[in-house]
Each structure stands twice: as structure tokens, then as C-alpha cells.
Design a protein around this ligand. Structure first.
Ligand code: GDP
Length: 137
């Protein structure tokens, strides 16, 4: 079993897609190990996305991620990191495959509905950024 970190981003929460996304998470067999609604400050979003701090989209990305509430999750499954990225689809919803969450719920590369860790080291950092040990069942 593996754990990954996921976010239902502010655009999806605002459009009331959270319930449908959670239903899809459960339908494909993830166990939700932790879940919380938060509203990141700009500084918290900048810390979360620090690997992208030199990228041209960093300001817009961190403005967006701190623009409203989002839902942070710890998901568990066999090969969870790849399984969640496969369910999300490509970063740009216009390029995401049919049946993926970003295809169905994403509007643009900026408003792409979900986040998922891309490697075990990233998952460990991202889970630790948002959850204390005692919150993870
Ligand atoms: P992810 O792992 O698929 O979320 O993609 P990345 O970690 O590479 O990027 C983080 C987030 O930054 C993405 O989910 C997008 O919302 C945004 N992003 C990535 N690349 C671009 C880009 O080229 N332009 C813009 N505007 N946003 C981007």
C-alpha cells in the first residue's frame, strides 16, 4: 500500500464538484486516510509550491490556490501516486483524456480542479505540510 497527497482545488470546491470528485475517489478503491477543508494564505501556497518559485506562473498559481477554500486529502491504495495521477489526467484539462477528473471538472491549466503528488518524496513533503501525524489514520 502507498499513500499520496491530493487537493480538490479552490475552483472545484467553488463549483460544488467536491462531492462528485470524492465519489470518484471512493469508486476506484482509494481509502481516504485524512481529509480537511482549509483556506491557504498566500504564504502557505508559496511554501507548498516552492519548487515552482522561479516559474512564470508562480504568482498566478499561488494567488489561485489562496483564493478560496480547498480540500486536502491523504489517499491510500496500491500504487496510489500513479493511480491518483492517472485519475486526474493531464495538467491541462484540454489535453486530459476522457474519463479523467481534469477533463470533466477542470476549466483551464490554471483552474484544473485537482492536485496530486508526483513522487514518493513529494508525497511525504506534501502530506507533512498539511497533516500532523495524529490526523493520519
Ligand atoms: P501537476 O503536477 O499536474 O499539478 O503540474 P505541476 O506540478 O507541473 O504544476 C502545478 C500547477 O501549476 C498545475 O496543476 C497547474 O495548475 C499550474 N501550471 C503548471 N504548468 C503551467 C503552465 O505552463 N502555465 C500555467 N498558467 N500554469 C501551469
Amino acid at each position: 500500500m502507498q499513500r499520496t497527497f491530493a487537493i480538490i482545488k479552490p475552483d472545484a470546491v467553488q463549483k460544488q464538484y467536491a462531492g462528485r470528485i470524492l465519489a470518484r475517489i471512493e469508486a476506484v478503491g482509494f481509502t481516504v486516510r485524512a481529509l480537511r477543508m482549509i483556506h491557504m494564505s498566500k504564504a502557505e501556497a508559496e511554501g507548498f509550491y516552492h519548487v515552482h518559485r522561479e516559474r512564470p506562473f508562480f504568482g498566478g498559481l499561488t494567488d489561485f490556490m489562496s483564493s478560496g477554500p480547498c480540500i486536502v486529502l491523504c489517499l491510500e491504495a496500491a500504487d496510489a501516486i500513479k493511480k491518483w495521477r492517472d485519475l486526474m489526467g493531464a495538467t491541462d484539462p484540454a489535453k486530459a483524456a476522457d474519463g479523467t477528473l481534469r477533463k470533466e471538472f477542470g476549466a483551464s491549466i490554471d483552474n484544473n480542479a485537482t492536485h496530486g503528488s508526483d513522487a514518493p518524496e513529494t508525497a511525504a513533503f506534501e502530506l507533512g505540510y498539511f497533516f500532523r501525524g495524529m490526523e493520519l489514520r
